[in-house]
Design a binder for this molecule. Structure first.
Ligand SMILES: [Ca+2]
Length: 182
């Protein structure tokens, strides 16, 4: 398996009793997983992120939230060269979402940017949470497979983030997984 940047954190959390040490799901992630975050090991790591919250959680104590005052959630960014040994063709995003109000405009965004030219939009697609999640105040799993364009390069950066998108009522997200898909 590939070691993820926060794999050791997950293991440390597991053996600190936050989750069971015998829970193999948290010890070994599938080989195609690019990144996984249950938000349990983010508190205290700089820079402090106002989106991190204990108000609601799908796993453990923590999730992330956007609302009137918080535009973006805890984000992910890495060069494509580091996330996939071969050209990334498809990317599967899954996450657990809790909406507190109808007609939210919040989105889970997958973006590919060229760090050498910030104005160049290589790829931008999103899961519109208001379209996908109908139940309020109930954790619901959302999942989408994104087809990457031919022109992505190893020097481009893959980004994931939760964006408020005009929502005024809080939107919570937990247990995010980005994985290579076929
Ligand atoms: Ca959590």
């Amino acid at each position: 398996m590939r070691l993820l940047p926060f794999y050791s954190l997950l293991t440390a959390a597991a053996c600190a009793g936050l989750v069971s040490c015998s829970d193999s799901k948290t010890d070994v992630l599938p080989e195609n997983v690019i990144a996984h975050n249950d938000l349990e090991s983010v508190e205290g790591w700089a820079p402090a992120n106002p989106a991190l919250t204990t108000a609601k959680a799908h796993s453990g104590r923590y999730s992330m939230r956007v609302d009137n005052d918080i535009e973006y959630g805890v984000g992910y960014g890495a060069l494509l060269a580091k996330v996939s040994p071969t050209r990334l063709k498809k990317l599967e995003l899954s996450a657990w979402v809790l909406l507190t109000g109808k007609e939210t405009e919040a989105k889970l965004v997958i973006e590919v940017k060229n760090p050498a030219d910030d104005s160049q939009k290589v790829f931008w697609e999103a899961i519109a949470l208001g379209d996908e999640v109908k139940a309020l105040n109930k954790w619901t799993e959302v999942k989408k497979t994104f087809t990457m364009p031919e022109n992505i390069a190893p020097t481009h950066e893959l980004r994931f983030y939760l964006w408020r998108g005009g929502s005024s009522q809080p939107v919570f997200v937990d247990d995010i997984t980005l994985a290579r898909a076929e």
